[in-house]
Write a protein that binds this ligand. Structure first.
Ligand SMILES: Nc1nc2c(c(=O)[nH]1)N[C@H]1C(S)=C(S)[C@@H](COP(=O)(O)O)O[C@H]1N2
Ligand SMILES: [Mo]
Length: 241
């Protein structure tokens, strides 16, 4: 059973979801980006009722679906965004967007694969490699894992330290060669290229180095903690990396 879609079981939401998608499309096209908060409020509620992401197919979303587990998410910008790094490290830190942009940037182009089945091929992501941030913080020898928190106040994720140090794991500032917008988890989201997209926590606000893996939001609800594309969650998708 796939927890992201489990609420569909026995719940006759199909027609409501369909009408909601139409309404959203109309609002999005007619009103443009200045009404985005209104669209988000609408979508946020709908996305909660429909964790499959069906309602979240954004107009011009390029195949991506909008996901959130909360009904609204605060907006963060140049002035208000901070990424904290703490836990089992010698040098805890708090980074602004400017700090992150001043670090070496890595660009990766891979397929995005959601565990519910949708895939977006050849998507560029760009940002600071997580291993660079971990090295800057000085990870203690007793550490074994990294835990991620989000400024939506609810979503969490984790990686083993070995996974976190891979070259294809980024603290991403850009997606599709644009700054990451709010709907896609901007200004900063995690990007774990070789794993199902639920590992790529949106609205990233905290990186805590821990002794052991703490299962994340969806993992407490049944998803595999080790989420390799094609080798987990009972799926056989073609690997993305
Ligand atoms: N904070 C947060 N991050 C999240 C999620 C979420 O609900 N909240 N959903 C995950 C899932 S299941 C997917 S498929 C992707 C969706 O990213 P997108 O909204 O940019 O398409 O974000 C992942 N990261
Ligand atoms: Mo997902």
């Amino acid at each position: 059973m796939n927890p992201e879609t489990s609420q569909e079981r026995g719940t006759p939401v199909g027609r409501r979801v369909f009408l909601g998608t139409l309404a959203l499309g109309a609002v999005g096209v007619a009103a443009g980006p200045h009404l985005q908060r209104g669209v988000e409020a609408f979508l946020g509620g709908a996305a909660e009722l429909d964790p499959s992401g069906l309602t979240g197919l954004l107009p011009n979303g390029g195949g991506f679906r909008y996901y959130t587990v909360t009904s609204s998410v605060p907006h963060k910008d140049e002035h208000t965004y901070r990424l904290t790094v703490d836990g089992l490290v010698d040098r805890p830190g708090s980074y602004t967007l400017a700090d992150l942009r001043a670090m070496p940037q890595t660009r990766l182009v891979r397929d995005v694969q959601c565990v519910t089945g949708w895939r977006v091929p050849g998507t560029p992501f760009e940002g600071v490699s997580l291993s660079h941030l971990l090295d800057a913080a000085g990870v203690h020898p007793s550490a074994g894992a990294v835990h991620f928190t989000c400024f939506d106040g609810a979503y969490t994720e984790s990686l083993t330290l070995e996974q976190a140090r891979r070259a294809d794991v980024l603290v991403a500032l850009r997606m599709q060669d644009k700054d990451i917008g709010h709907a896609h988890g901007g200004p900063v989201r995690l990007y774990v290229a070789p794993m199902y997209f639920y590992k790529s926590a949106k609205w990233l606000s905290g990186i805590t180095v821990t002794e052991e893996v703490r299962p994340g939001y969806w993992e407490k609800r049944g998803y595999d903690v080790d989420a390799w594309v094609g080798r987990s969650n009972g799926r056989d998708d073609e690997p993305t990396a």
